[in-house]
Structure formats: C-alpha cells, structure tokens
Design a protein around this ligand. Sequence first.
Ligand code: ATP
Ligand code: MG
Length: 568
Amino acid sequence: MSEKPEAGSKDFIREIIDEDIRINRYGGRVHTRFPPEPNGYLHIGHAKAICIDFGIAEEYGGLCNLRFDDTNPCKEGPEYVEAIKEDVRWLGYDWDGREFYASDYFEKLYEYAVELIKMGKAYVCDLSPEQMREYRGTLTEPGKESPYRNRSVEENVDLFRRMRAGEFPDGSRTLRAKIDMASPNINMRDPVIYRILHVRHHRTGDKWCIYPMYDFTHCLSDSIEGITHSLCSIEFEDHRPLYDWFLDQLGVHHPRQIEFARLNMTYTVLSKRLLIQLVEERYVDGWDDPRMPTLRGMRRRGFTPQAIRNFMARIGVAKAESVVDYALLEHCVREHLNKVAPRVMAVLRPLKLVIDNYPDDKVEMLDAINNPEDPSMGKRKVPFSKVLYIEQDDFMENPPKKFYRLAPGREVRLRYGYFVRCTDVVKDENGKIVEVHCTYDPETRGGDAPYGRKVKATLHWVSASHALPAEVRLYDHLFTKPNPLDVEEGKTFKDYINPNSREILTDCMVEPSLANAKGGEHYQFERLGYFCVDSVDSKPGRLVFNRTVTLRDTWAKIKKKIGGATEK
Ligand code: ATP
Ligand code: MG
C-alpha cells in the first residue's frame, strides 16, 4: 500500500531499526505508536508522523498502536478523538483495535510516581508557577534548588496522596522529579511530573484532580504498551534524556525514542495553535475548509490519501529541518488524479455559442472518452445541439498575436464534436459580447478533420439546453507569502492571509452526466483542472464543486528549471 523507499536508499530510522533487528534488541520486534493529543484536528504534518509510524510497522511486519495522549483535560474532547480516528482510517491505516488512552494508565502512573517518591527521586514542591520560573534558571545560568526539595519521603508520600484527594487548590503544589537544577538541559531541572487541576476529564470524569505531565506520561505509556521504537518529531530531542531517565529509574521496559524533522510547507502553517486561530477568528469556514492544511480540509478539497502517502514517500525522512514546496504535494495529487479521475466537460464562465447552420431541434449524442490514460474507464455520450456554452476566455473579438482560440473568422475544434467557424457576435447595450455565432462543418464529426485541415485550438463546451447549473469554488494558497511566519515587526501571520484564496463562481454549467455526482467524487474538467464534488454543500439539484488543483504543474516546471534534481 504505502510506497517503499527505493532499494539502497533507506532513511536513518529504518537503518536504526535494521540494526536493532540484527542485534536482536527487543527480540527483533517492531512496535510503534501514533500518539495524537485529542485537542484539535489532524493536519498534513501529522500525516507525516502517521505514515512513518504506521508505514514502518507495516513494512517490518510489526504493529502500530493508536494512543490518545489525553493528559490535558482543559482542551481535549471526544469529538476530536472520533475525528482523529476517521482521518487515520481515511489515510489508509488501521490499528486493529489497539486503541489506547494515556488516561487508561492514570492509576498505574500514580503508582510509578509514588515509587519515585519512595526512591527519593521525586518531591512535592510548594513554589508558585512564577517562583518556579525564577528558580529554573536560563540557558546560560543554572537553576536554584527549591526549598522543598529535601522533604522527607514520608512527608512527600503524604502530601502527594492529599494532592490526589483534592485537599489543595489548583497551582498550589506540584510533584517534581529530583534530578539536577544545574543541568545544561533545562528539561532536566527538576521537571514537574504532576499538577493539580480540578477539571473534569472526558474519559475519567471527576476521578482525578491531579494530572501527569507529558514527559512522564509518554515514556511510561510507551513502556506499558511494549513499544520498541517511539518515533516523534524533532522538538522532543531535548526531552529524550528525561524520557530515558524515568524509564531507567523505574527499571521498566525501555523503548527507544527517535526524532525526525517536522514537516513544514510553503504558503501554509502547520500548528494546531495557529490553525485554531484561523477557525475561531473566521478567516476560514471551519476545520474542513478546503483551504486548510488539515486532513479534513484536504479531503474536502479533493486531495486523495494515495496522493498524500506518495508525497510522504517522496519527501522521505530526515533529521534536518526543511520546508517542502506546496507544489510538490499538488504534483502528487495531480499525478494520482490523472489516473483515476474521469474527464468531463464543464464551463465555468459561460458564453453562448450558436451554430447557425445546425438544425434547430437536432440533438446528437457524441462519444466522449472518460480517461485517455485508462481505456478501461470507457466512454460516455454527451449531447450536442445548436446552442452551446463555451468559456468566455476562449473567445476574443480582437485577439492579440498569440491567442489561438476562437475569434471572428477563425475555425476551432469543439472537443468530440465538430469544427466551427465564427461568423458574427451579438452584443448587449453595454457592448458586452453575449453571443458568438458560428457555422459548423458536418464533415468534421467527432472532431476529426478531413486530411490536412488543421485548427490551432480545441475547446470544451456544453449543450445549453442539456447542461446543469453548478457552483464552482476556486482556491489559491491561504497565505500570500511562502513563509507566513516570517513576519515584519508589528504584524502576525494573519496579516499575510491571501484575500483571494477563494473565488466562488455561481453561474457554471456542467455536462448532464454529472447529474448524480456524489460528494467526494473526483473529476477532471477538461482543460480546467481537477475538481471534487463538495461533500457538505453539494446535493442533487444543487451541484457544488471544489477545484482541487489546476492542470498546470508548477512542480514539474521547477524541477525542469533546476535540471531534474531530486526534490529532497
Ligand atoms: P501541533 O504542533 O500542530 O500543535 P502537536 O505536535 O502538538 O501538533 P500532537 O497531537 O501532539 O500534535 O502530535 C501527534 C504526533 O504528530 C506527534 O508525534 C508529533 O510529533 C507529530 N507531529 C505533529 N506535527 C508534525 C509535523 N509538522 N511534522 C511531523 N510530525 C508532526
Ligand atoms: Mg504535541
């Protein structure tokens, strides 16, 4: 299913795993996990982690768990859990029922914390959050030890039990690991492992009023589940010593954490914290707005899971940060849709074309090929008649030199139809062209000309009396700048939102074969691009399409310019 890297080009994670298998570390097992926090919807950055976690497990005949890292009840909820599951499945991965929650381990984690206290490795601290910040030190200065650091084991056990029992208000006390306030790694300066939070949890209800912190929870959850390789993005590199410290102190199964570079892409932002602002401040219509880099946004836009997986296989896995050109993702989408999307004709900005010498009531059903790339997709019939619509763009009364489409006196081919020659135009009182008149040549049926006769353009069209009205939404990048986080003074990333990121065309006309088009279906509108039936707003009788991508492959162009160098 997922693309395998080419032979001999294994990434550093697969090399590490190969070696672990060779030396029989973990008994040759490979067991990964994907650990989302259910506090938002998944974006294309998460898809990279999913493809790595599930993809590697699949390749090595191992397992991958889906584990919700639900330790912060303030921002988490079951609606996110369901959405995340749906998105992972959509990407094409399955956790075979191994759906776990960090909150399932709260009791066990509490016991581990008590064990640390008893070993003299953790203490209850009464410093306020502000004081704690002061005591922590900086990158250049060591921290100071908390005055509560040397409490007796008995006092710590008792206070921690009373923290759990709800005797103290939020923020009044914490449980901290006793490591080293002078460590050059700030994460090792007696990090907090439990905080008091009188907040209801979506799964454990009111059972707990203390919650474990990420660093403590994550390594132990990995350990409890028997994970072998804990793959995560690079920001956790500085947390690895702490990951290892907890597991070493407690002497439990010790998975290996390996970090890889986060996915960054041009013209978008990939951080829940930023995406949530776009949604809440209504810059977009919601998490599934087709301009969003969320998986539900991309799905609605018409990106396919196969295309996203191919994209991930092409960008590969490395440790060094990089920014991937959005055009490469679009290239992968185009590449996949080119194979699977049937082609149809649709006119976005209609202009009436009347064929004066075509019989008034005649209708011909012409053969049209569904996908020249794949003959097995067959043919369909398209109605042709005296009055058609073509694109306004395809006609010019006074064409400049390089315009080869329809103009007065000029002949063009109508796709699958006939050659037509423009004889006249009709204008309204403002001088706007409202009708183009033509004559057709019956000898050119099917678009084939008698030998030797050439035209320079082939236009798409629909038959006016048969076409169906449709709304089409065109999209462009959400931001005007390749890196919207590179902001001028006094500005934020939101100052670079592209005001023209969406254009809604309400007067489009599509061929009648689309009458029963269903939400989520993909089509190529000939000469215009790939489009997807909108899964929210499109209904029988009201067709709505999203433009997924245009046909112009800017990635192929870039590649040509740089001499076919690889995209990595
Ligand atoms: P965000 O930074 O968008 O808020 P997050 O890292 O807080 O996301 P989590 O739900 O904690 O979101 O992430 C789940 C997994 O996805 C983590 O293992 C994280 O490393 C990975 N991940 C998140 N963003 C990216 C990204 N841009 N590229 C690769 N992996 C990512
Ligand atoms: Mg995170």
